[in-house]
Design a protein around this ligand. Sequence first.
Ligand code: 48F
Length: 258
Amino acid sequence: MIQDLMISKLIVKNYFEKFENYLDVDVAIVGGGPSGLVAGHYLAKDGFKVALFETKLSPGGGMWGGGMMFNEIVLQKNTIDILKDFEVDLKDEKDYYVVDSVQMTSSLIYKSSRAGLKIFNLIRVVDVVLKDDSVCGIVINWNPVEYMSLHVDPITVISKKVLDATGHPAELTSILVKKANIKLYTPSGKIEGEKPMNADLGEKETVENTKEVFKNFYVCGMAANGVFGGFRMGPIFGGMLLSGYKAYKILKEDLRKG
Ligand code: 48F
């Protein structure tokens, strides 16, 4: 006979074991869009302890909906190695591949989770931990608490590195700048702000702009273009995958340096 009490006990026990274990990590990734998931996948595969926090019920960010809710996405051919790792069905269209956006997004989530990335959905990152002019963690709360403006204090996750993968709003970098009054590693020392649509430049820039922007604090994906003043690119997703991959490479090197 199925025991109702046991179901509840197993959920609570296993969640809190996982949660407690991931309160202290190598990398905290903020945002579960394509760039954050790709970075998390490769870092976890290499054995780093990585937690990804996503405020929504479903990770995947802006990838589910393709372009204007037409659920196909377009990728450049130089993403083939990453696409192979995620085992998606590719349609060859001359200079591009086209992939079903639902298959692509679910594969990013599934394969990164299988690689060891711990994904915590429904949790919103609301602040960073700052000590001695260096970021050393994040501050989290339940999304519904933030959504309903309930007066409930958040808790802290300690992390060697933090990756802002929050997409267009570059939300965590904005919080860092606003609250800590620090200078970012950008030309103005502030958030430069996202430029309008230019798919060609935007795709190049999102990779170029993927880097450390303050001590132990990194940006990738659209957040990188928002912070460094790059163009948007719309529903072409090669840059997001390549940005996530670059974030992985930089973080891996910096973590190994100590
Ligand atoms: O926006 P998003 O998909 O970020 P990305 O990886 O990819 C951008 C593309 O989807 C698209 C584009 C390229 O063609 O322009 O927009 O840069 O995913 C960002 C995720 O971060 C979550 C948000 O719900 C989304 O799933 N997020 C945002 N702020 C927070 C957050 C926060 N404070 N805490 C936790 N998650």
